[in-house]
Design a protein around this ligand. Structure first.
Ligand SMILES: Cc1ncc(COP(=O)(O)O)c(C=O)c1O
Length: 426
């Protein structure tokens, strides 16, 4: 095994084989770069694990669109036979425009109008409350799908205590339960996911023995800290091996389809963010600072979730800087005046000597919940996204937002809407 480097990684990541500077020369920085080959590998890892584990149930993957919302980046799902989970009508419209046609819908809580909208699409719509199920039943739906909140929390989903009432409601209306999705939160360990699966099978036998499919949702943990590119992925083989045994013990009929909605594990290590270092390291009494031309607004969820990402620097000619020699620990600061504009949480990123203005910072594992969560709160325009295909060709898939992107809907002058004074408008 190769020596553990200062950034904690073992061996080379996919992006280290790319001449990132050639892409930077075309589109500049900040820049998200995604690897289609890595995305395909991540799907295949799951499929292979299912096959090796001898999982007998038909398995279907439905990663949600919201963690990486670029239809060109996830376009290979179509050739791979991977579906998409959508939560909003605009996501469905977008994906259909790009030729996608295999969907499930997990919309959170929705109005009766939205229940009617989704019912008409004919896709499996996982409804999150008894009230929403009742709305679908009133519309004459012959079958429904439900989302169960395994955590019994304030998240959308029918609570465990409500399941007997759900069964009564469906029996009275003579409506079939087609499928149920159980969500157990995100970033779960193998043990947590298996505990969830066991309880999910329990629900099948107690409440839903007629279900044609069981949806295990997402939440399969991805270890951002791990230095090994394989180890950081969820333990799919052990998971499927144990799941197969659990399904057998629970006597789940083998024709019941198993659906999975992993996002982080499929998408996280597909993307890197490339930023340019704006100044030589600013050495402080307590904290050193590396100032880059990015902002926490490019990937706000890293700060929000206190998520550590691996970082590496490239020199001015785009070569990886050796991180085995001397250097300093530093915080990575964004380019706005806001006190808390730190690109990543923490103050201890390793900065080798020689890193300074004109060098580049590469942040790993940003393919899920990063570009897609970009906010223009600090007037920072959206970064472009590039997709490198398996033959090595880099494609622009999102153009850089122009400097005035934040104000793209700004009116050129005030437009009176309505007179709010009582008796006005006459
Ligand atoms: C219903 C549902 N499915 C799948 C996911 C994806 O989860 P993860 O990224 O943890 O795999 C989420 C995340 O919020 C979710 O709410």
């Amino acid at each position: 095994m190769a020596a553990l480097r200062k950034d904690g990684r073992v061996g080379a990541a996919w992006w280290e084989a790319l001449d990132l500077q050639r892409i930077v020369a075309e589109v500049g920085t900040p820049l998200f770069v995604n690897s289609e080959a890595q995305l395909i590998r991540n799907v295949q890892r799951i499929r292979d694990a299912g096959r090796t584990a001898g999982l007998r149930h038909p398995m279907r993957l439905y990663p949600p669109l919201f963690p990486n919302s670029n239809p060109l980046t996830v376009h290979c799902f179509q050739e791979l036979g991977v579906g998409s989970l959508v939560q909003l009508p605009n996501e469905l419209e977008l994906l259909q425009r790009f030729g996608f046609d295999d969907f499930i819908v997990s919309p959170g809580h929705i109005s009766d109008e939205d229940v009617a909208f989704w019912s008409k699409t004919g896709y499996r719509v996982f409804l999150s409350s008894l009230d929403e199920v009742k709305a679908a039943v009133d519309l004459g739906a012959p079958a429904v799908c439900v989302r169960v909140d395994g955590l019994d929390s304030t998240k959308p989903g029918i609570k465990a205590a409500e399941l007997p009432a759900l069964v009564r409601l469906l029996e009275r209306a003579d409506v079939r339960l087609d499928s149920y999705e159980v969500y157990w939160g995100s970033g779960n360990s193998l043990e947590q996911m298996l505990e969830g699966a066991e309880r999910t099978f329990g629900m099948f036998n107690q409440y839903f023995p007629m279900a044609a499919s069981i949806d295990f949702a997402g939440g399969h943990g991805f270890s951002y800290d791990d230095g090994d590119d394989e180890q950081k992925h969820f333990g799919w083989l052990r998971y499927f091996t144990a799941l197969t045994a659990l399904a057998k013990r629970a006597e789940i009929p083998e024709n019941v389809e198993f659906l999975f909605e992993p996002a982080r594990d499929i998408l996280a290590d597909v993307g890197v963010l490339v930023l340019e270092v704006a100044r030589d390291v600013i050495r402080g009494r307590e904290t050193n600072l590396v100032v880059v031309n990015g902002s926490r607004m490019l990937m706000p969820s890293a700060q929000l979730r206190d998520r550590r990402h691996h970082t590496r620097f490239l020199d001015r000619s785009g070569q990886l800087v050796d991180d085995e020699g001397p250097g300093v620990r530093a915080a990575i600061r964004g380019c706005t005046v806001l006190r808390n504009d730190y690109v990543l949480p923490g103050e201890d990123y390793w900065v080798p000597d020689g890193v300074g203005a004109g060098c580049y910072l590469v942040i790993s594992d940003v393919g899920a919940y990063c570009a897609t969560q970009h906010m223009e709160f600090l007037n920072v325009p959206p970064a472009p996204e590039v997709l490198v295909d398996p033959s090595g060709v880099a494609h622009l898939v999102t153009a850089r937002g122009p400097d005035l992107d934040k104000w793209r809907h700004l009116q050129t002058e005030r437009k009176p809407l309505v007179n709010m004074m009582k008796g006005g408008g006459e």
